[in-house]
Ligand binder design. Structure first.
Ligand code: DX5
Ligand code: ZN
Length: 215
């Protein structure tokens, strides 16, 4: 059973209530919330008022992926939006150890995301403090991009690092996931798959989620 975290970036923002209800009725393990600032990534998605609205409606846990510079400025706001997981980018954090501790103290699960060009080895001295690592399988910023195959090697390396440290850290993979790439990332060692386009453009999104969770 693979955990599925559908990305609301591909939802219909004019019908958010309807789409959140659909996700709540599905086998989704949590809801993936993509926050983009137009600086760390070339796109802007949505901010805290929209996250608050999602949190008021959603019954499943919120998996918040911050593609923003200086994420340390927003720990309390993210917590107040009901996030269960607060995921920050390695490339956006100078003092990652401090921030990870602050996220934990804020009552959330700390997670770190890696861009496709950032080696897994950069996590060697932080992995023990994390609940999840997000491996980006596209360059962050947009939905519906093509999966980068080099991701599979990184998932295997991360799996080995987690085993060597004897810690319980989940591996999430984000970008270009469909049944084919989903199969490949799960075989490589992923625990959680994020899917935006594949779920929301499917004729039956609930079935698309259940197909992914059967991987
Ligand atoms: C990309 C985001 C992803 C994205 C996934 O910057 O972090 O979560 O929305 O969308 P798909 O599954 O369409 O690649
Ligand atoms: Zn994401």
């Amino acid at each position: 059973m693979t955990k599925v975290s559908p990305s609301l970036l591909s939802a219909d923002f004019g019908n958010l209530d309807r789409d959140i209800e659909m996700l709540d009725s599905s086998e989704a393990a949590m809801l993936h919330i993509d926050v983009m600032d137009g600086v760390f990534v070339p796109n802007i998605s949505f901010g805290f008022p929209v996250m608050q609205a999602i949190n008021r409606k959603a019954r499943k846990p919120l998996d918040v992926h911050l593609m923003i510079v200086q994420p340390e400025r927003y720990v309390s706001q993210v917590r107040d939006c009901g996030a269960e997981i607060m995921c920050v980018h390695y490339e956006a954090c100078t003092h990652l150890n401090r921030l990870v501790n602050q996220i934990r103290q804020g009552g959330m699960k700390p997670a770190v995301a890696l861009n496709p060009s950032t080696p897994v080895a950069m996590l060697e001295d932080i992995i023990d403090d994390l609940d999840m690592v997000l491996i980006m399988s596209v360059n962050p910023g947009f939905a519906a991009q093509k999966f980068i195959p080099g991701t599979l090697k990184k998932i295997k390396q991360l799996r080995e690092m987690i085993a060597a440290h004897g810690v319980n850290v989940e591996i999430e993979v984000d970008g270009g996931i469909n049944l084919e790439t989903g199969r490949a990332v799960v075989d490589a060692g992923a625990d959680i798959v994020v899917a935006g386009n594949f779920v929301f453009k499917a004729p039956e999104p609930v079935k698309a989620i259940s197909d992914l969770s059967a991987l």
